[in-house]
Ligand binder design. Structure first.
Ligand code: NAD
Length: 502
């Protein structure tokens, strides 16, 4: 019997008003149903928003250090349940267990950071231009936050949004991706157990078109934080623009790794294997383009092909597995289509290129790690986000060309260069159009206390992670305290007072 999950609204686990449900299946074995989940509608969203509104006055008045203590309790519960949740993640979306543990750990780290932030939430003061007057800023929560997340980091990404939103005093309506609602429900249960008051955090599962849009368009949602594709992000920006809502968008990537002649090639191979095929390439920061200097091209490709053959593909719940399945059939089809597109465009398959169905892989959405050679700038496999285990390799003549190729896409999330030359590293840091640049490390590996986000079509200028995410979930209020006992007019009385004191 599949486990029946429910929505969490106003501190209670409830079915959808619609009575409809959807199934969530294991991508390694489609016969296993992880659970059934409410296929909610706008009515459920309205209920969740009403609950959040009701809870807001009290929650936002609770001192931030006290809110921080609840974040700490939730984090400690996450620590306790790390293995169980990570295993669920491996079953629910196919991330191999070693990486799933990392995903849960990122949520733990983010929780600890939020606890600390409860005693910081720094704002500023500055001298007033008038005497006997204080000028300062304080932070106020925005109100009700609508959080919409993708499936590829089922714990980490929700944690990047939920912890800072709550710590800042907002109430939340959370809609996870339909491929990972079980992880989302377990996360919400942890907050319930940690003693979060009813209505402060609400979970509504269901489709983007129905539940997502109902959140976006509701007048009481003050801030939307979205992570997902450029297409949906653009739609959200349009709706948010119309309703004048604050919105933070973390979107796709087409991340390059550059390899220069002085690079440690074995290190560069380690980096690209991890960057391109970790989470089966389904990371926004995945390395999807390998840009190699012609002087080391053959050697680098040789070593890469030798190593890619050794990747162990199979059951993601086993410790020894290095690659699991794609998240669903649709994602597998997309990858297969892109391999065909690449071939038609003139690329050749240096490794992989096909679906894997042997033995235990027969009932899953497995695809071989795939390396496309002879890729040229402008080809679709070089320009478009595939979100799968497909690496496009481009040969270049020098660093100028490498940077030109790296920058020649609509995205700008992560980037990497392998070189021992300081000047080349510094040029990469300054010239690569990306929110993140790694030197001698792969394009993946963000740490939760540092800003995370991208330029160009990867986002709209916000940064999650670290101290910067708190800017998304707080309004700045400027406060003037005049204790002079007289009417002091800014810009007008300034000169008069200066004269008096002469
Ligand atoms: P997606 O855009 O299809 O879905 C993301 C979320 O939006 C899901 O919860 C979905 O149900 C919801 N949604 C869909 N249509 C909606 C609508 N009209 N209104 C409101 N919500 C809607 O993305 P996905 O397939 O879940 O995730 C993969 C994408 O996410 C990739 O493009 C990847 O690069 C991106 N991503 C970006 C980051 C980042 O931080 N930059 C991190 C992870 C993933």
């Amino acid at each position: 019997m599949a486990k029946e999950y429910l929505n969490y609204i106003d501190g209670k686990w409830v079915p959808s008003e619609t009575g409809r449900v959807f199934e969530d299946r294991n991508p390694s074995d489609w016969e296993e149903v992880i659970g059934t989940f409410p296929k909610s509608s706008a009515k459920d969203v309205v209920k969740a928003i009403e609950a959040a509104k009701k809870a807001f006055p009290k929650w936002s008045k609770l001192p931030a250090p006290k809110r921080g203590e609840i974040m700490l309790r939730a984090t400690e519960l996450l620590v306790k349940r790390k293995e169980e949740i990570s295993l669920l993640m491996a079953r629910e979306m196919g991330k191999v267990i070693t990486e799933a543990r990392g995903d849960t750990q990122e949520a733990i780290d983010t929780g600890y950071y939020a606890f600390g932030e409860g005693r910081r939430l720094f704002s500023r003061n500055a001298p007033s231009e008038l005497p006997d007057k204080l000028a300062l800023t304080i932070l106020r929560p925005v109100g009700i936050a609508g959080l919409i997340t993708p499936w590829n980091f089922p714990m980490a990404i929700p944690s990047w949004k939920i912890f800072p939103a709550l710590l800042s005093g907002n109430c939340v309506v959370f809609k996870p991706a339909t491929d990972t609602p079980a992880c989302a429900a377990e996360f919400v249960k942890i907050f319930e157990e940690a003693g979060l008051p009813p209505g402060v955090l609400n979970l509504v599962t269901g489709g983007g078109g129905e539940v997502g849009e109902a959140i976006l368009t509701h007048p009481d949602i003050g801030v939307i934080s979205f992570t997902g594709s450029v297409e949906v992000g653009a739609r959200i920006a349009e709706i948010a623009g119309k309703h004048l809502k604050r919105v933070s968008l973390e979107l796709g990537g087409k991340n390059p790794q550059i390899v220069m002649p002085s690079a440690d090639l074995d290190l560069a191979v380690d980096g690209v294997l991890w960057g391109a095929f970790g989470t089966q390439g389904q990371r926004c920061t995945a390395t999807s383009r390998l840009i190699i200097h012609r002087d080391v091209y053959d050697e680098m490709m040789d070593r890469l092909i030798k190593r890619v053959k050794t990747l162990r593909i199979g059951d993601p719940t086993k410790n020894e597995t290095q690659m699991g399945p794609l998240v669903n059939e649709g994602q597998l089809k997309t990858v297969q289509e892109y391999v065909e597109i690449g071939k038609k465009e003139g690329a050749s398959v240096a490794y992989g290129g096909e679906r894997l169905t042997d033995g235990p892989l027969a009932k899953g959405w497995f695809h071989a790690p795939t390396i496309l050679e002879g890729v040229k700038q402008g080809m679709r496999v070089e320009q478009e986000e595939i979100f799968g285990p497909v690496l496009s390799v481009i040969k270049v003549n020098d660093l100028d060309e490498a940077i030109r190729v790296a920058n020649g896409v609509q995205y700008g999330l992560s980037s990497s260069i392998y070189t021992k030359d300081l000047r080349e590293s510094m040029r990469a840091i300054e010239e690569l159009e990306a929110g993140i640049t790694y030197i001698n490390a792969p394009t993946i590996g963000a740490e939760c206390h540092m800003p995370f986000g991208g330029v160009k079509k990867t986002g709209n200028g916000h940064r999650e992670g670290g101290w910067t995410v708190y800017e998304i979930f707080n309004e700045i209020k400027t406060v003037y305290i005049d204790y002079s006992g007289t009417l002091q007019r800014a810009q007008i009385d300034t000169d008069e007072r200066a004269k008096i004191s002469e």
